[in-house]
Design a protein around this ligand. Structure first.
Ligand code: NAI
Length: 344
């Protein structure tokens, strides 16, 4: 029986992991706490560790896990910006779930755009209070509006198709454009300048951290709507707040936030939030926050458990697995996966 310590577990994670675990002789032990320097000791005696987006997998945590003989970390998410892949290299193999449902995230991004544009969140609250006034609820037709999509991978492409269904004019920017597609690529500068709405679907890297900042916001259209279902660090939250206050940004929809680690996935009602920027953002009438829930569909949860379990099985069978990630992922020339080898 393979024993896996699963951190940051929520009730909705358990059923599919228990099921796939049973089928593959894997015992998942569910911990509710995040993995970090203080909780890493809980993994002692386990064969591997399973983490999520807000678990801390820095150099210190990696060294603690390695000292317990752990050589496997499986991420039950696609992004791996929370893992110090350089520190793990040569010690601990890291696997992720590269795709579990691009539809879940893309559909959520569109739900946020529709909700903000047509003020559905306001209408819902008003009518519950028997307020049937339409003042301040005016939106715009999405038809013929220009949407700028940053990142045209699995999720970006599904989102583009949804937008096309609405008759929107789609332009896109990707560091590695898909030349075989019919997507209209433009420079990032042009995208910022021309878009009525901007939706982020690229990973967070060192190079694109705070790509939405004071300077880039200045170049955008007045009234632009920004949707971020990707990673919080892509947006400088203080610049976003300023843009909202100056009425430059028409609305923002945030499923992710740079400092979400201590906030999201928890019931904080009744608490006073220490993060002033986040409190101010949430209090704005034209900002919608969902707490990193874009992935949350039944299909995605099932696919996450299935692929994570497969990643574990393949690791212990010593099989090469393209879901492995290491710090060479950012530098494709050094990528061993391309030569069908393990990362190390
Ligand atoms: P993907 O790997 O299929 O596509 C990412 C695209 O971004 C690629 O086409 C890549 O060339 C492009 N890219 C890389 N660096 C870039 C840069 N600096 N600027 C512009 N484009 C760049 O990934 P997928 O599955 O489409 O996911 C996209 C992102 O969505 C993930 O990195 C993750 O951060 C986020 N995500 C959020 C979820 C949520 O629940 N909110 C769930 C799943 C993913």
């Amino acid at each position: 029986m393979i024993k896996i310590a699963m951190f940051d577990t929520k009730s909705y994670d358990k059923p599919s992991f228990i099921e796939y675990g049973k089928q593959n002789n894997i015992e998942y032990k569910f911990f509710e706490v995040h993995l970090n320097e203080d909780t890493a000791h809980l993994a002692k005696g386990f064969d591997g560790v399973c983490v999520f987006v807000n678990d801390v997998v820095n150099k210190e945590v990696i060294n603690i896990l390695y000292s317990y003989g752990i050589k496997l970390i499986v991420l039950r998410c696609a992004g791996f910006n929370n893992v110090d892949t350089k520190a793990a290299f040569g010690k601990i193999h890291i696997y992720r779930v590269p795709a579990y449902s691009p539809y879940a995230v893309a559909e959520h991004a569109m739900a946020l755009l529709l909700t903000s544009n047509r003020r559905i969140h306001k209408a819902y609250n008003r009518t519950r209070d028997y307020n049937f006034s339409l003042n301040e609820l005016t939106g715009v037709d999405l038809h013929n509006k220009t949407i700028g999509v940053i990142g045209t991978g699995k999720i970006g492409k599904v989102f583009i198709n949804i937008c096309r269904g609405f008759g929107m004019n789609v332009i896109a920017y990707d560091k590695f454009p898909d030349q075989s597609s019919d997507i209209r690529y433009v420079s990032l500068e042009e995208l910022f300048k021309e878009s009525d709405f901007i939706s982020l679907h690229c990973p967070l890297t060192e190079e694109n951290k705070h790509m939405i900042n004071d300077e880039t916001i200045k170049t955008m259209k007045k009234g632009v709507g920004i949707i971020n279902t990707s990673r919080g660090g892509l947006i400088d939250a203080d610049a976003l707040l300023k843009g909202i206050k100056e009425r430059k940004i028409g609305f923002a929809c945030l499923d992710v936030y740079e400092e979400e680690g201590d906030i999201f996935y928890q019931d904080k009602s009744g608490h006073i939030l220490d993060d002033d920027t986040f409190r101010n953002l949430i209090s704005m009438p034209n900002i919608i926050v969902t707490s990193h829930q874009a992935f949350l569909t039944k299909e995605a949860l099932n696919n996450i458990a299935e692929t994570t379990t497969e990643n574990i099985v393949k690791y212990f069978a010593n099989e090469v697995n393209t879901n492995e990630v290491c710090y060479h992922c950012a530098n494709i020339e050094n990528c061993k996966k391309k030569r069908k080898l393990q990362c190390f």
